[in-house]
Write a protein that binds this ligand. Structure first.
Ligand code: MSP
Length: 639
């Protein structure tokens, strides 16, 4: 369903390089149906992109309604996006986290988004993928935090970096590399990168003065600051964007000729309309590029900042922490010796507060050393707590480890990814997590599994047989006679679950994981409706006709659950494993190529039919309780 288009020519000079970032060939999704599709015929046109050659294409059913969803922005050409193509490499990254304080749920969210994308792509088929995360350990902020804590910067870094690493391991973030910017491999990469900038004549020394914001580690222009009273009511200059205090600074720095990249950056963005998702953030960056783009200070005087990588050949200067930090993406790719296999297959997940660094400074720095900008920048918004920004001073910073204890790892992963909408800030509070997780994981999904595997309903404990005569592959399923015992709603269920894998993949590729989960939940609810409608517990096993239908209802339900289990693996890996194991699905049967739903309905053999279910290891997901403390608060019995 894609129209290939020509790519822009490749040039060598700076401006020719910009040309190279020109139109990469947009495609449009076919919104109107062909007559074949209208007739409800099965189409596999999208399948090779998503499933690779290994998929059994004939079994991928795409009912017409799958194609009816209105297009958002047109899908990008597979040549740049669609990292799901077999054999394609991807290098996903989280931002690297400052070590001036312990991790909170906002940090975890960044990491979980990247993890879910990474796991999802891993399931799509062969194609080497990496997921890098780590800690950002240099800079004034860390130097000051260590001094305030009465410890050395290196001790502080080792301790807090360990907290992040432990958190991500506990959260099942499937990182393949954890980089610390204090590692020798990174120091070498940064110094080589600096030498490359210098070698191309893109650095110069100058006296620089302006407002510096240490918490954000950046210089700000007069227009980016405002005045607010501090805690003591004294007037104080703060960053308009972050609200953090700024200080006037004047020193001799190295400057990067960022202004020379305004036009190349514009061309790159205009030619790659999907490079920044969601789309509103892309527009934000374009607007930034309409304003002045002054040169960027890329070093600090060593007398002020000792905790950082020295400028090669100039012991009076330390490399600016953001240049140091951004180069981490190259370090993990193997820069300066072995990055060509992985660069520019970089896909960065970043919070909206650091968009300018990733969408302007970083691509410009890369172009400056002759490297391509990243392939994709996924941007997310922030978590607030009870409607307020998280901050140490408000004492409302939420500890993710405490959340895991309260809601379980998968429960909290599910909450953040299901409720987190990248386009806008989202609010966390306890009742919301409990309500969502109980209703969707414990009741809807867990309840369904429990009901259709209960010994009272399925005493033999096998994946029962599907009967074509009970559930006919109907052309006219309004005719009960013709369709056995299946009703029109049952056919709707089959159509919905048939569509689901493509929908989910499309949502993942558009960085709308919450929507992918929404569509899975809608199907889970539809399946519960199916089960309830046919009340298999009322059917008599001793009557052969009833048994046939009972088995078919169970078979369809188990098939639905199998599809949901596979699709949920990137988000709730442990729960999905429990679900699939209970169904008796082997680990090697859980890839996206195994997403052929209800093959028996399509006249194909089903490998699971007649197979023994896995052992019952208890409820799929425990119902969460509102803590007694909160119950009292809600009833107004506790302040
Ligand atoms: N060290 C820099 C990133 C350098 S990447 C080359 C940094 N670190 S950070 O620790 O402050 O933030 C890391 C990530 O956490 C950012 O993507 C940021 O947006 C995210 N979050 C910080 N607070 C957040 C929320 N309250 N909610 C969601 N994410 C937030 O910036």
């Amino acid at each position: 369903m894609r129209r290939p288009q020509r790519r822009a020519p490749i040039g060598r000079s700076l401006h020719a390089r910009a040309e190279r970032y020109g139109p990469r060939g947009e495609t449009s999704r076919v919104a109107s149906l062909t007559s074949r599709e209208r007739a409800g015929l099965r189409s596999v046109a999208l399948a090779p992109r998503l499933y690779g050659a290994a998929a059994d294409l004939t079994m991928l059913s795409l009912p017409a309604r799958c194609l009816l969803r209105p297009p958002r922005r047109p899908l990008p050409a597979p040549s740049r996006r669609g990292s799901s193509r077999p054999g394609r490499r991807w290098l996903l990254s989280t931002p690297i986290f400052y070590v001036n304080g312990p991790p909170h749920i906002g940090h975890l969210y960044s990491a979980l988004l990247a993890d879910a994308l990474h796991r999802h792509r891993g399931l799509l088929g062969p194609g080497p993928g990496r997921l890098a995360t780590g800690t950002d350990e240099h800079g004034l902020k860390i130097q000051q935090a260590a001094a305030a804590a009465g410890t050395s910067p290196s001790e502080l870094c080792a301790h807090v970096s360990g907290l992040f690493r432990d958190l991500f391991s506990r959260a099942a973030v499937s990182f393949t590399d954890f980089i610390r910017t204090t590692e020798p491999r990174h120091r070498r990469a940064v110094q080589c990168f600096w030498a490359a900038l210098q070698g191309r004549g893109l650095l110069y020394k100058d006296f620089y003065e302006g407002w510096y914001c240490t918490p954000d580690e950046c210089f700000l222009t007069q227009g980016q600051i405002t005045e607010r009273p501090d805690a003591q009511g004294r007037p104080c200059k703060v960053s308009l964007e972050s609200g953090h205090q700024v200080h006037w600074t004047k020193e001799e720095n190295y400057m990067f000729k960022l202004s020379e990249f305004q036009e190349p950056l514009r061309k790159w963005l205009q030619g790659n309309q999907h490079v920044i998702s969601p789309e509103p953030f892309y527009q934000v960056v374009l607007r930034w590029l309409e304003e002045d783009l002054p040169d960027l200070s890329v070093s600090r005087e060593r007398s002020r900042l000792q905790w950082g990588i020295p400028v090669p050949g100039d012991s009076t200067q330390t490399i600016y922490v953001w240049v140091d930090a951004l180069v981490n993406y190259l370090t993990v790719a193997g820069y300066p010796d072995a990055h060509h296999a992985w660069w520019p297959a970089a896909h960065h997940v970043v919070g909206k507060d650091i968009l300018k660094f990733h969408a302007i400074y970083w691509p410009a720095l890369l172009m400056a050393v002759g490297l391509d900008p990243p392939e994709q920048i996924y941007v997310h918004s922030h978590w607030t707590v009870h409607g307020q920004k998280m901050s140490k001073s408000l004492g409302n910073v939420v500890d993710p480890v405490a959340c895991f204890k309260q809601y379980t790892v998968d429960g909290f992963r599910y909450f953040l990814l299901r409720q987190g909408v990248p386009e806008r800030d989202c609010d966390y509070y306890e009742e919301k997590v409990i309500k969502l997780v109980n209703s969707e994981l414990a009741d809807a999904l867990g309840g369904l599994l429990n009901r259709c595997t209960a010994p009272s309903i399925n005493p033999s404990g096998i994946y029962p047989h599907f009967s074509e005569s009970c559930f006919r592959k109907g052309s006219d399923h309004m005719d009960v006679e013709a369709s056995g015992r299946a009703l029109a709603e049952d056919y709707e269920l089959v159509a919905s679950v048939d569509c689901l894998p493509l929908q989910v993949t499309d949502y993942f590729e558009h960085f709308q994981i919450y929507k992918a989960l929404e569509s899975v939940v809608a199907c889970v609810r539809q399946t519960n409706g199916f089960f309830q409608r046919h009340a298999p517990w009322k059917l008599c096993r001793d009557n052969p006709a009833e048994k046939c239908w009972l088995d078919t209802v169970l078979h369809v339900t188990l098939e639905c659950l199998r599809i949901y289990g596979i699709l949920l693996q990137p988000v709730i890996p442990a729960t999905a494993d429990k679900l699939l194991s209970r169904l008796g699905i082997k680990p090697e049967e859980r890839a996206f190529t195994d997403l052929t739903f209800l093959p028996r309905y399509h006249g194909k053999p089903c490998p699971f039919e007649g197979r023994r279910l896995g052992p019952d290891t208890g409820a799929l997901f425990p119902r969460l309780e509102t803590p007694r403390r909160r119950q009292l608060e809600i009833k107004g019995l506790r302040p």
